[in-house]
Design a protein. Structure first.
Length: 247
């Protein structure tokens, strides 16, 4: 009886388009997921069991086109597969590990973030679905949904704690790449946000400057004390007292 591996019959990532072929029409659709990925790369620097995709196609069924979230996180997969990295995220090449979180940044031209994409992510079994709409004024710009019994339930709070990921996600005003506005950040369980690589570098520079300033101040105090000692010694000599005799 002829035996074959079903995976050998399915297209690989190299043969598939590497996105949903829909260009982003809002700079935030690239910057926000990119910043979240960069923060993860610092706080999970020692971990190799995760992958964060930015504007990358997810192939969830051999007969369906890719769906392209602005960002997504998968746990329990190789962070790096080889020097060429990933072209796409192909479920049947990732041991069917479904992303645990997807992120959509809404542009002026909506792309089904509140309906068709939401339904697709639910059908796939994506545990957390995050929608950020920077154009909202009256409604919350950030919505975080948790998949419960096949249906997404809106979570309350900012940040929202995601226990399966051991991180929170929320919004806060900050500066990234020189742009000051509201951004999405990762948070710890105490609600403290993790710093971006830029902020960490700035913090390190500030610490170095403070260390150098303390060292300079200590040196100046030592020089001043030495000068005072020399002055007192000269005054004692003028009075006919040998300073060494006082030791």
């Amino acid at each position: 009886m002829l035996k074959y591996n079903l995976l050998d019959c399915l297209p690989g990532a190299e043969a598939l388009p590497d996105s949903d072929e829909k260009p982003v029409d809002n700079q935030l659709q690239h910057l926000i997921p990119g910043m979240l990925e960069a923060i993860l790369a610092t706080i999970w620097a020692e971990r190799w069991d995760w992958f964060f995709g930015v504007d990358m196609g997810i192939y969830h069924h051999p007969e369906e086109p890719a769906i392209g979230p602005d960002g997504f996180l998968s746990l329990g997969v190789d962070r790096v597969i080889d020097e060429g990295l990933r072209f796409s995220y192909v479920l049947w090449e990732e041991n069917n590990v479904i992303p645990i979180l997807t992120i959509e940044v809404v542009s002026k031209n909506r792309g089904g973030e509140y309906n068709s994409k939401k339904d697709t992510y639910a059908e796939m079994g994506v545990l957390y679905y995050v929608i950020y709409n920077p154009f909202r004024r009256r409604k919350p710009r950030l919505e975080v949904y948790n998949l419960v019994k096949g249906k997404y339930q809106l979570q309350q709070g900012n940040p929202v704690w995601l226990p399966e990921i051991d991180l929170g996600i929320g919004t806060e005003k900050g500066t990234y790449q020189g742009i000051t506005r509201e951004w999405l950040y990762w948070y710890n369980e105490q609600g403290e946000r993790f710093l971006t690589p830029e902020e960490l570098a700035q913090q390190q520079r500030q610490l170095r400057q403070e260390t150098e300033q303390r060292a300079q101040a200590a040196e100046q105090r030592a020089q001043a004390a030495e000068q005072r000692a020399l002055y007192l010694a000269e005054q004692l000599k003028l009075l006919g007292i040998d300073p060494d005799s006082l030791n």
